[in-house]
Design a protein around this ligand. Sequence first.
Ligand SMILES: [Mg+2]
Length: 175
Amino acid sequence: MSDNTRARRSIRQLLTPSLYVETVYDLPGEWLKERAITSIITDLDNTLVPWRDYRVAGELADWFDSLHKSGYKTLILTNARPAPTIQELSRKLNTKLVVGAGKPVTRFFRKALEILDSKPHQTCVIGDQLFTDVLGGNLVGCHTVLVERIGHREFVGTRIMRLFERLVKKRMGTM
Ligand SMILES: [Mg+2]
């Protein structure tokens, strides 16, 4: 195998989620249990709520409640700038929070793991983007879950990244 092939393979692995589900609510409890996952790091915009809409829906609050009751530790890791509305959302959901991150840079995932006091193999990262959530989570060795984005509004830079994402998914046959 040439170096080139090896590099390509690992990039492919880094951009492949461990699991793909439509929404966070479809994340199977058995899947978490089988892997002895105890902590969940989740993206915010387009994963938990529509882009920049930080009102808490009952279904979302219930989901976090049931995770906490089952003993999971949770943290929201978002590249969004700090805002009182995000603080408020995280307080209502009873989660830890890291805002103003720069996913996929690994230092932010490591910070999240440190706050959760969790090892990568005990942790799953959930998000709607391959190049931030899945790539970053895989780089630090976490389990990764890709969800369908909620809604269609998003940051213009994200929309450009979606074009690349579509190309990658097509090449990998995950779309
Ligand atoms: Mg997102």
